[in-house]
Design a protein around this ligand. Sequence first.
Ligand code: ZN
Length: 311
Amino acid sequence: MNIRASVIVSVVAAFLAGATAGAQSKLNLVTSTEDLASITREVGGDKVAVIALAKGYQDPHFVEPKPSFILAVNRANLYIAIGRELEIGWLPPLITSSRNAKIQPGANGYLDASLNVRILDIPTGQITRAMGDVHPSGNPHYWLEPGNGRLIAQAIRNKLSELSPADKAYFAQRYDDFDRRLAAAEKRWDAAMAPYKGTKLVTYHRSWPNFMERFGLEVIGYVEPKPGIPPSPSHTLELIDEMKRGGVKLIVVEPYFSLRTPQAIANQVPGGKVLILAPSVGGVKEVTDYIQLFEYDVNLLAGALKQATGK
Ligand SMILES: [Zn+2]
C-alpha cells in the first residue's frame, strides 16, 4: 500500500470517528467475492451491510485494488475471505494497511470460508510458484458446488452469532430458510444434469472441479496449460487431439478470458462448442444471487449437453 493510500485511510478514519456513533445497528461486512456477499446477505438479512470487493465478472485471482476498498476494510466488523491463496495477489496488503485490528487474519473478525468445505486438487509433494500454478493450496473455486455453499452459510451463521449474540435466533432462522430453498433447488439441478453423467468436457481455467464432481461430469483438459498460465500453441494442439480422440465437444469458458483460443479449438473439433458459464454471482448480469448462479449455469449447461449428446 502506498503513501497516498495511507493518507486516504487516515482521512477516512478521522471521518468515520465522527460519523459512526449512531450507525452501529448493522454489522459492516466485507467479502472477497460476490458469492460470499450473497450467502452473507441470505444469512445476515437486515442485520448486516455487505460489500464485495471482487466483482463476479473479474478474475478473482487478479483484482485491481481501488481506494474504495480501503474505506470498506477500514470500517469492517468482519472480513470473509475465500482463502486457499485465491486472493494472495491483492488482499494481504489491503488487510495489513486497513488500520483495522479486528479483521487481521487470526483475529475474531476474519473468517476464512475455505476451512470447513470440501476442497479438491490438494497438491501432494513440493509445489513452487515457478511452476506457474495459482492453486498451490488446493482448488479455491470451491463455492461452485451448492453443498459447499451450505457449509459456507453455516460458518457465516456461526460467526455472525458470535459477533452479535442477541441476533442468534434471527441468523438461525435465516439460515434455515436459505437451506430449505437451496435443498429444493438442488433437487431440480441434480435432475436436470442426471442424463449427462460421465460426459467429458474441457474448461478454460480449473474453476469447476467441485461443480463437475457434483454433477458427475468429467473434465479431460484445460485451455490453460497450468492454472494461471495463458494458452500455448503446443498445449492447444495436444488438447485438440485429445478432444478429437474422446469425442469431446464442449469448452466451458469463464467470462473474463479471451474467446480466441477456445473458439479456435472448437473450430477444429467435430461439433465443437464454446459455452460461457458464470463462475460467480455477477459474472453475467442475470445472476444476482447464489441460487441464481446454479440456476443459470445448470440450465445453460444442460441445454448444451442435450445438444452435444442427443440425450
Ligand atoms: Zn483459479
